[in-house]
Design a protein around this ligand. Structure first.
Ligand code: S3P
Length: 463
């Protein structure tokens, strides 16, 4: 089977298993304490956000783009499956380091073709939300759906601005998947005050804006990740951007471009936190995107007193990259994380909450309401997981408070449920990997969404 057949197979297969949470939830994986401290060098897989964009922007472009370092995970396969269904030619190969590389020939000026059935975006919010922006400017009707988790997540935040531009959604006023979008060649530009700091929302609007008449702009309550603004100029699209602001003039088009995807800071955060929690560890995480909009977790670990340094070594396209070095220190202290910082570490809050559980004093993450609408209600999951550890944590409005316990010894025989959420699976596994007793994780396999080799990487560092 060629890699492309395998990808097609796994895309369907992932959709089939993720649709059956009962089977997944009953499988528990035992995570045993690491025999040794973490030490040495690791390269985490390609950045998930940049990988999605490399696939989607290449699919929109005229000509064949070459992509490399692309994350091979269930979420990115959802984007690959989606653009294939819409007529892009995707020829990617698995490289020895586990990444995907190869060519993607886009539909360019011809536009996407009418897919045969609904597009199943699996667990991937980025795939479905960005796709709405992609489809808004073409005269086709496409039905979009996803797994149980994605079908619970809010979609109105994307549909509302795209409707203002001229796209239509059915059923009318739909707030969740499945829904269908009918685009139009006659989109009108908008100036949009976004109610949330969301890069998915900003990107969907900008992608539609490329084909609208007039200049489309988005203003955010706090700056969200800016990979779209950094990548689009490489595809020949001019974008004006400043933190919390972005605009694009209509009437432009995308042209093929080469994209090299750097390592994912969100995946690196799990390795960094593992080293911060396991005594005597010292690790270097190489070739990670050091984009300021993504490394809020490192800034917070620094403020907590962790020994963490970021060394820039170069760039991948417009993304700065480098090495993150972390060594264990005995004493960590609490800190305050303000609302404006949240977007720069939103996916890392579960694992930072676990570190805060070991720190002296009460850590507060302000304005984290968005956690309630991630792959699961992560706010509720953090509170429940920390209570199993015997750590006091509570929500006051949208603020999360964690009263740390230095020297925390967790009870034996703990069982956590990932609830099918990759970041919760990795977070709770660190309780077992870095602690004194094994823990069981239900549906640990959820890690396939963003970091399939997570367990192998962490165990290799402790050999
Ligand atoms: C992403 C943006 C963030 C993040 C998600 C990936 C992206 O979501 O949580 O994992 O690639 O644009 P929001 O846009 O909902 O904040």
């Amino acid at each position: 089977m060629s890699i492309n057949d395998q990808l097609a197979f796994v895309v369907r297969n992932d959709a089939a298993t993720s649709a059956d949470p009962v089977v997944a939830a009953e499988q528990a994986t035992l995570i045993e304490p690491l025999a040794r401290p973490l030490s040495g060098v690791v390269r985490v897989p390609g950045d998930k956000s940049i990988s999605h964009r490399s696939v989607l922007f290449s699919a929109m472009a005229e000509g064949a783009s070459h992509v490399s370092g692309v994350l091979d995970s269930a979420d990115v396969r959802s984007s690959i499956g989606a653009v294939r269904a819409l007529g892009a030619e995707v020829n990617l190969e698995k490289r020895p380091d586990g990444s995907l590389a190869g060519d993607i020939r886009g539909w360019g000026g011809l536009g996407p073709s009418q897919p045969e059935g609904a597009i199943d975006c699996g667990n991937s919010g980025t795939t479905v939300r960005l796709l709405m922006g992609v489809l808004a400017s073409w005269d086709i009707t496409v039905e979009l759906t996803g797994d149980d988790s994605l079908r619970r997540r809010p979609m109105r935040r994307i549909a509302a601005p795209l409707e203002l531009m001229g796209a239509r959604f059915a059923p009318e006023g739909a707030t969740t998947l499945p829904l269908s979008i009918t685009g139009t060649r006659g989109l009108a530009a908008i100036s949009y005050d976004s109610p949330v700091a969301s890069a998915q929302l900003k990107t969907a609007i900008l992608l539609a804006g490329i084909f609208a008449s007039g200049t489309t702009s988005v203003h955010e309550p706090a700056p969200s990740r800016n990979h779209t603004e950094l990548m689009l100029p490489g595809f020949g699209v001019d974008v004006e951007a400043a933190p919390g602001e972005a605009s694009v003039a209509g009437g432009q088009s995308l042209h093929a471009c080469d994209v090299d995807v750097p390592g994912d800071p969100s995946s690196a955060a799990f390795m960094a936190c593992a080293a911060a929690l396991r005594p005597d560890s010292t690790i270097d995480i190489e070739n990670v995107s050091l984009n300021e909009a993504r490394i809020g977790f490192a800034r917070v670990l620094e403020r907590m007193g962790a020994d963490i340094t970021l060394k820039p070594t170069g760039s991948a396209g417009e993304e700065p990259c480098g090495t993150i070095s972390v060594s264990y220190v005995e004493h960590l202290r609490s800190c305050e994380v303000v609302g404006r910082e949240i977007a720069s570490l939103v996916d890392e809050i579960p694992v930072l909450a676990l570190v805060a559980a070991h720190a002296e004093g009460t850590t507060v993450f302000h304005e984290v309401g968005e956690l309630r609408v991630k792959e699961t209600d992560r706010l509720a999951a953090i509170l429940e997981g920390l209570s199993k550890l015997g750590v006091r944590a509570w929500a006051e409005g949208d603020d999360l408070h964690i009263e740390g316990k230095p020297g925390l010894v967790v009870p034996e025989g703990l069982v956590f449920d990932s609830l099918g959420d990759h970041r919760l699976a990795m977070t709770w596994s660190l309780v077992g990997f870095t602690g004194a007793h094994p823990v069981s994780i239900r549906d640990f396999e959820a890690v396939r969404v963003s970091y399939p080799g997570f367990r192998a990487d962490i165990e290799r560092l402790a050999k």
